[in-house]
Write a new protein. Structure first.
Length: 385
């Protein structure tokens, strides 16, 4: 008697994300958002993180574990043990029978390229930002650009970054854009609860609270922001500035607060787990920067319905439409930035309109679901090559 085989069941694609992180920020959030949203009936997901001296990766690992991920770790130190790390990653690829490795950031790119020669696997990388930093970071960017040429697929997280990647000698047909996307979660605090939480930080009902959410890194222009705030405070002493973030420049930021004599109106909040609640307490989000991609901190603020004043750099114009759902300030001039913030404070109805339009954009035009479907399609195309 002939027996006909049943329909062949397609095996899940096994995808491993590899990231080197020094501080929990937008890139780390984007990676976790993608991973938790991938279709688990189609994809088996693995996550690997570099274990740094001082455990700087700890906030990211803890966030991943809260989402139910088991995080593999690759020991890393100041000697940059690329070969040893690559051997360990290659073994992980073999053990998990991984089909695709998706790398994020320079050292992860470098180690992935080497590991793929030890354990053949399809590779993809995502570029987030290019900028003229100090000599060390510029050198790392150059190394990263060379390593990226060995990947099977190169992607960028916004159109601005894609354009900058093309300037480094890549062909347009070889680079696609994978937006981070954003999953909105409205939080409406009861007035009394909001009043109490603001009061816990010293802010009264009539005060205006400015919020900045960014890693304490040079490109985030925190000292510039503090200098701008000092000018604003001369005109509007009823204003607060809250800084949510961590990073290697914390001491420099604290010194600037003392130098400018604004400590009585500045709060350094550290790493904030419940960011939506914090944003619900603020009145205006401020985000100066030397360079940006599309920061998820801004997406968070838009989802919270906050009016936003930000620098006109990088990918920010891709989500903030100046004069419609936010204010973009060209250059980094303290007086100009302070004046833009004060103008919104002086026109509360315009500020509310901007916030409402920002929320509408992020809920309808920049959804996480759209972003993840694009990521999934990219993986399928890569696996089929």
């Amino acid at each position: 008697m002939d027996m006909k085989a049943g329909p062949e069941v397609a095996r899940k694609l096994r995808v491993m994300h590899v990231i080197h992180t020094m501080a929990y920020g937008g890139v780390e959030t984007a990676v976790l958002n993608w991973l938790r949203s991938l279709d688990r009936s189609q994809f088996e997901v693995h996550l690997v993180c570099f274990a740094n001296p001082g455990e700087t990766e700890k906030p990211f690992v803890e966030a991943a574990e809260r989402l139910g991920f088991k995080v593999g770790k690759i020991p890393w130190n100041r000697r940059k043990p690329v070969w040893r790390a690559a051997r360990l990653l290659a073994q992980m690829v073999r053990d998990k029978q991984v089909d695709i490795v998706h790398a994020h950031n320079c050292y992860a790119d470098l180690v992935t390229v080497v590991a793929a020669r030890m354990a053949p696997v399809k590779t993809i990388t995502t570029a987030y930002v290019w900028f003229d930093f100090d000599w060390k970071r510029n050198l790392l960017q150059w190394i990263d650009a060379q390593a990226m040429r060995w990947f099977d697929r190169v992607t960028a997280h916004c159109e601005n970054t894609r354009d900058e990647t093309l300037k480094r000698g890549f062909r347009a047909e070889d680079i696609s854009t994978l937006i981070c996307g954003f999953e909105t979660h409205r939080l409406e605090l009861e007035p009394q609860r909001r009043r109490q939480l603001r009061a816990d930080q010293g802010a009264g009902d009539e005060d205006t609270v400015l919020i900045n959410v960014a890693r304490f890194y040079p490109e985030k222009a925190h000292v510039f922001l503090l200098e701008s705030f000092a000018l604003l405070l001369e005109q509007r002493p009823d204003t607060w500035l809250w800084l949510a973030g961590v990073g290697p420049l914390e001491d420099e930021i604290r010194e600037a607060v003392e130098r400018l004599r604004i400590a009585h109106r500045v709060r350094l909040l550290g790493f904030v787990v419940n960011l939506p609640e914090l944003l619900a307490l603020a009145d205006i989000q401020v985000h100066p920067a030397h360079i940006e991609g599309v920061p998820l901190a801004i997406c968070e603020g838009m989802a919270a319905g906050l009016p936003i004043v930000a620098s006109q750099v990088g990918g920010l114009p891709e989500i903030l439409d100046h004069g419609r759902n936010g204010v973009l300030v060209p250059g980094l001039q303290q007086a100009q930035f302070a004046a833009a913030v004060q103008a919104l404070m002086d026109e509360p109805q315009r500020a509310r309109d901007y916030g409402a339009r920002a929320r509408h954009f992020i809920e309808n035009d920049y959804s996480l679901q759209t972003a993840v479907r694009r990521v999934e399609a990219t993986y399928r195309e890569l696996a089929a090559c």
